[in-house]
Design a protein around this ligand. Structure first.
Ligand SMILES: NC(=O)c1ccc[n+]([C@@H]2O[C@H](COP(=O)([O-])OP(=O)(O)OC[C@H]3O[C@@H](n4cnc5c(N)ncnc54)[C@H](OP(=O)(O)O)[C@@H]3O)[C@@H](O)[C@H]2O)c1
Length: 241
């Protein structure tokens, strides 16, 4: 007798799954039959996805949202820490608030959701944590001291988590997208976009679905022996790190 057919349906939570990369990830998990919950700050979400209201900078809001997901679908088995912001500006103009608010969302926000989701994974002795970092985390970016610091820190986070929980069937990995066409990048000046594109060996930007495919694979049984890894989805932009 073969083992159980695929691991589905699992409870998947994607923070910031209401738009952009997070939405593509949520749809990819839903398409393979998982029970998908997403967070948005307004509490509104796209048709067909179970949406809970959460602001990752607020521990109480994260706790309440994950309790709601657990009540609806059961404990979170796959967590995608995707919610993130940028506040780009050159170092000498960067206020302390520009720095700490980006860290609070991208890094401490990930800490809040991971901490709240882990108990169920530890009890079940299985789980997947995927952090959405950025090529900028390891490559750096002018005007992005805050953002790149927050994204680089997710690597240490995933690797420490792997050392703590690797023996309990839990993996923690980092996906590092390059330039993906979403609202986050739509606001950039055309000149800047052109200069980014010139540096990308693939010669193009990517769609959110290209990131989603890597995330669903990392969360699959096929990737059970991959943990603490940084997987670039950047057309070669960041290679060498
Ligand atoms: N686009 C790229 O080229 C690129 C490249 C590398 C990495 N990334 C990373 O990929 C992730 C998604 O980016 P994206 O391009 O899809 O961005 P986006 O379109 O701007 O979406 C950002 C998402 O994060 C959520 N979010 C922001 N602050 C939040 C908070 N305090 N609490 C809860 N949710 C919050 C937003 O929720 P609301 O809708 O409620 O505001 C939204 O769902 C981010 O971590 C980003 O850093 C993006």
């Amino acid at each position: 007798m073969s083992s159980q057919p695929a691991q589905q349906p699992r409870t998947v939570l994607v923070t910031g799954g209401n738009r952009g990369i997070g939405l593509a990830i949520a749809r990819a998990f839903a398409a393979q039959g998982d029970n998908v919950a997403i967070t948005s700050r307004s509490g509104e979400g796209p048709e067909g996805l179970f949406t809970v209201k959460a602001d990752v900078t607020d521990t109480a809001s994260v706790d309440a949202a994950i309790s709601e997901v657990e009540a609806h679908f059961g404990p979170v088995e796959v967590l995608v820490a995707n919610a993130g912001i940028t506040k780009d500006t050159l170092m000498l103009r960067m206020s302390e608030d520009d720095f700490t608010s980006v860290l609070d969302t991208n890094l401490t926000g990930s800490f809040r959701v991971v901490k709240r989701s882990l108990k169920g994974m530890i009890k079940a002795r299985r789980g997947r944590v995927v952090f959405i970092s950025s090529v900028v985390g390891l490559l750096g970016g002018a005007g992005q001291v805050n953002y790149s610091s927050s994204k680089a820190a997710l690597v240490g986070f995933a690797r420490s988590l792997t050392r703590e929980l690797g023996g309990r069937g839990i993996t923690a990995n980092v996906v590092a997208p390059g330039f993906i066409e979403t609202e986050m990048t739509a606001v950039l000046e055309d000149e800047l976009k052109k200069s980014y594109q010139a540096q990308i060996p693939a010669g193009r930007f990517a769609q959110p679905e290209e990131v989603a495919k890597v995330v669903t694979w990392l969360a699959s049984d096929d990737a059970a022996y991959i943990s603490g890894a940084v997987i670039p989805v950047d057309g070669g932009l960041g290679m060498g790190h």
